[in-house]
Design a protein around this ligand. Structure first.
Ligand SMILES: O=c1cc[nH]c(=O)[nH]1
Length: 457
């Protein structure tokens, strides 16, 4: 164990003791402007500053800059803990995951790291193995990881073909209840957009989603009647008062232009809800003029975008001829953000045929995204892409910022700068929920061995 890990354990114990008294101050935490505010943040406000964070009965009572330290911070009756300049961020918000697929990798040896291969082998596994117990146990396993790492809200897609929808949605609803107060859960249905041609299928799914307080979603790609199918999705969402969430353009084919079509449909229909689109990989393969025209429409619609770097790096440009991938697969976040488009980053698939790796750790996603997309020099306010922005996209007021009156849902890293935070695993980060450090450990993989086909041989 490193000296800094020992230090971190001692700090956690101090905070836990102080939390027992209901009121304490964490002194000298390093905050950045973007984690404090709602709304857009000017470049000048992105720097770190040292602050004292006062916590009372699980909520943030006040935040004061060390430069204007109040006499209250030295009140001898207040439990005061010196964080010695560690970086603090709000708990993470993960707005695009596939909990229902997570952990199935050992059952899918035919997966070959391609998108088409993943679709095929997942379909076989779903049909053969996705009972209620199988889906619940795998989802719960992944949620325990996410909670451990400091995530407080998640949206998951749920494969909603018949009869799977009737199995997975009730399992999700039960888990959502079980996890209430720890992780706020949302779900979006998922099926290939061709299936929307069947009116009965669409209206059954929309009703199920509406009853469950979920989001209407589909995987959209350029079939000949795509505009008509998108119109149907938007009309149905309007009718049921639902938000929309699409997978789109998860391909290197520059002809894939569904992001633009989604924005056009939104504008055409004056859609009143929120629209989120994931992936949008093909944008990076298109001519600048095409990109500009698309992104102008996306900004006007407005449509939010979530980038999934872990999955895109894994699936895109996969070659089976012994050659190396030549492009990154990720979408154009800089260009989007410049136009004021809401952009988030999320975990996506974890240990399934769409991505062999991952453990729902949003720090890992933040780190990989920073490197793959050059979201540094400066780091600016990109931390919002895993906190405030996905919270806004998901309509969650009490997540994603560190602000007076908010629940004290915080992560205290060992690192004192973005470079320090992003250079190590930060496996000893202190996750504070409602003012109290959690002690939940990661679930152990052998737990999964008791599920059909998941035992390692
Ligand atoms: O990336 C993707 C696309 C479709 N389905 C998934 O689970 N992941």
């Amino acid at each position: 164990m490193t000296a800094s890990a020992l230090d971190q354990f001692a700090l956690r114990a101090q905070i836990a003791r102080a939390a027992d008294f209901g009121r304490y101050v964490l002194r000298n935490v390093r905050l950045s402007g973007p984690v404090r505010r709602t709304g857009s943040v000017g470049v000048a406000n992105t720097a770190f500053f040292l602050a004292d964070v006062f916590v009372e009965n699980g909520r943030i009572l006040a935040i004061t800059s060390v430069c204007s330290r109040s006499t209250e911070a030295s009140n001898p009756n207040l439990h005061s803990i010196d964080s010695r300049g560690r970086v603090m961020v709000p708990t993470f918000v993960d707005c695009h995951t596939h909990l229902d697929k997570s952990q199935i990798l050992p059952r899918t040896p035919a997966a070959d790291g391609t998108f088409d291969g993943a679709l095929l082998v997942t379909r076989f596994d779903r049909t053969a193995n996705w009972s209620s117990i199988d889906v619940s146990r795998r989802m719960d396993f992944s949620l325990r990881s996410a909670f451990h790492y400091g995530t407080s809200a998640i949206r998951t897609h749920i494969d909603s073909q018949i009869p799977q929808a009737g199995i997975s949605w009730p399992a999700f609803i039960e888990l959502r209840q079980h996890w209430r107060g720890k992780i706020d859960l949302q779900a979006s249905c998922l099926f290939p957009i061709d299936m929307v041609r069947d009116d009965v299928f669409l209206s059954q799914n929309a009703k199920r989603v509406a009853d469950a307080g979920g989001v209407l979603g589909a995987i959209a790609y350029p079939v000949p009647d795509i505009d008509c199918l998108l119109d149907k999705m938007f009309r149905t969402a309007s009718y049921h008062g639902l938000n929309l969430d699409f997978h789109a353009d998860e391909t290197a084919d520059p002809a894939a232009d569904v992001l633009r079509r989604i924005a056009e449909t939104s504008l055409r229909s004056s859609f009143p809800g929120k629209v989120l689109v994931g992936h949008c990989c093909s944008l990076a393969m298109q001519a600048n003029s095409v990109v500009d025209a698309t992104l102008d429409k996306v900004a006007t619609a407005p449509v939010a975008v979530v980038s999934l770097p872990t999955c895109n790096l894994y699936l895109q440009d996969r070659r089976h001829n012994g050659t190396t991938p030549r492009w990154r697969g990720v979408t154009l976040l800089h260009e989007m953000k410049r136009r004021g488009i809401l952009v988030a980053r999320a975990s996506d698939n974890t240990r399934d045929p769409f991505n062999s790796y991952g453990d729902l750790d949003m720090l890992d996603t933040f780190r990989l995204g920073t490197r793959a997309l050059h979201l540094d020099h400066p780091h600016g306010d990109w931390i919002r892409a895993v906190s405030a922005t996905p919270a806004e996209i998901m309509g969650l007021d009490s997540h994603g910022v560190i602000a007076k009156g908010q629940p004290a849902n915080l992560i205290l890293f060992e690192g004192r700068s973005w470079s320090e935070v992003l250079s190590r695993a930060e496996s000893n980060r202190i996750v504070i929920r409602n003012g109290v450090p959690i002690s939940a450990s990661l679930p152990a993989y052998p737990e999964l061995d008791t599920l059909e086909g998941l035992a390692l041989r």
